[in-house]
Design a protein around this ligand. Structure first.
Ligand code: G4P
Length: 290
C-alpha cells in the first residue's frame, strides 16, 4: 500500500470509499482507526465518526517509534478523557501490538457475552481497519493477521468475496482496509502530511515546506536538530525559517555560483533528515491544537 500516497482525492473517489466502508460495517463489530502518532489531527478524517455512527471504535497511534513520548502520552490521555481507547503501536517492529486483542475484547465484552447468551459457543468478534494512505494499515494487517484458509464464504453473515484474517481464536479482521481521505481544510494538514511523507512533496513547494518545518522547530525545538547543525538557541531565536534554511545550507556547503545558497537542495536535505528520524522523535500536533 506504500504507493497510495499518490492518490488524488476527488468527490467521486470519496463517495466510493465511504460506501465501501459503510457496506463493510454490517459485517464487523468494531472499527480500528489508525492514525499517525506524530500528526493525529492531520492523519484523521473528521467524517469517520459520522460514517461509522455508533459502531465501537479503537484508535491506534501508529509510528509511535517516531513520535515524542510526551506527545503520545498526551494523545492517549485525550482519547481516554473522551472514552476512547487509544493504543500506542509501532507496526514496523510490532511493538505494542500485544495490547490489541485484549483491548478489543474489553471494548466488546458485553457484545461477546450477549452472543454467548444467545447460545453461540465460541463467538468470534470481527474488526475492520481504516485510515488514510500510508498510515500503516497494511503493516498492521501483515503483522497481526494470519489468513484464514477455510471456506469463509460458508459462514453466516459473511458474504462471498470478503476475506478474513484471524488474529486469535475469537478475533477476525476484514482483509481489505477502508481507505480514508485526508481533509485538507487547513494548510497545516497538507504541510504536516508532507513532513511525515504521507503525501508527495512535489505537489507542494518544497522550500516552503522546509521553511515551515523550521518555523515549527522554533516553537518546539528538537535538541538533536540544534546539535546536528551546530545551531544555538540564539541563532534559532534571531532568524526566521528562511534565514535558518540558508544558515543550514551554508553549513553543509550547499553554495551555488556567486556564493548564493542552494536553498532547494538544503530543503530536500532537511526534509529527508527529518523523515529519517535524524532530529529525534517529534510530535507535530498536540490535543491543544484541536
Ligand atoms: P498503508 O497500508 O496505510 O498505506 O501504509 P503501509 O502499511 O504501506 O505503511 C506505509 C509506510 O509506513 C511503510 O514504509 C511502512 O513500513 C511504514 N510504517 C508503518 N508502520 C510503521 C511504524 O509503526 N513505524 C515506522 N517507523 N514505520 C511504519 P515504506 O517506506 O513504504 O516501506 P518500508 O521502507 O518500510 O518497506
Amino acid at each position: 500500500m506504500g504507493n497510495n500516497q499518490n492518490i488524488q482525492w476527488y468527490p467521486g473517489h470519496m463517495t466510493k470509499t465511504k460506501r465501501q466502508i459503510q457496506s463493510s460495517l454490517k459485517l464487523i463489530d468494531l472499527v480500528v482507526e489508525i492514525l499517525d502518532a506524530r500528526v493525529p489531527i492531520s492523519s484523521k478524517n473528521p467524517d469517520l465518526n459520522n460514517i461509522i455512527q455508533d459502531k465501537p471504535k479503537l484508535v491506534l497511534l501508529n509510528k509511535c517509534d517516531k513520535a515524542s513520548k510526551k506527545g503520545t502520552e498526551s494523545w492517549i490521555k485525550y482519547y481516554a478523557d473522551n472514552n476512547i481507547v487509544a493504543l500506542p503501536v509501532d507496526c514496523k517492529s510490532g511493538r505494542g501490538l500485544n495490547q490489541f486483542a485484549p483491548a478489543v475484547r474489553k471494548i466488546l465484552s458485553s457484545k461477546y457475552n450477549s452472543l454467548k447468551e444467545k447460545g453461540i459457543v465460541n463467538p468470534v468478534l470481527r474488526v475492520m481497519i481504516v485510515g488514510i494512505p500510508n498510515v500503516g494499515k497494511s503493516s498492521f494487517i501483515n503483522k497481526i493477521g494470519r489468513q484464514i484458509k477455510a471456506k469463509v464464504e460458508d459462514r453466516p453473515g459473511v458474504t462471498r468475496g470478503n476475506q478474513w484474517y484471524t488474529i486469535a481464536k475469537d478475533l477476525e479482521m476484514l482483509d481489505t482496509p477502508g481507505i480514508l481521505w485526508p481533509k485538507f481544510d487547513d494548510d497545516r494538514v497538507g504541510q504536516h502530511l508532507a513532513f511525515t511523507g504521507a503525501i508527495k512533496d512535489n505537489i507542494l513547494d518544497i522550500e516552503l515546506l522546509a521553511v515551515d518545518l523550521l518555523e515549527s522547530f522554533r516553537k518546539d525545538t528538537p535538541s538533536e536538530f540544534l546539535s546536528r547543525f551546530k545551531i544555538t538557541a540564539d541563532i534559532l531565536e534571531e532568524n526566521d525559517g528562511y534565514e535558518l534554511l540558508q544558515i543550514i545550507g551554508k553549513k553543509r556547503g550547499m553554495v551555488i555560483s556567486g556564493g548564493e545558497i542552494d536553498t532547494l537542495r538544503a530543503s530536500t536535505m532537511l526534509l529527508d533528515e527529518y523523515r529519517n528520524g535524524k532530529f529525534g522523535k517529534i510530535t507535530l500536533e498536540f490535543p491543544e491544537d484541536l
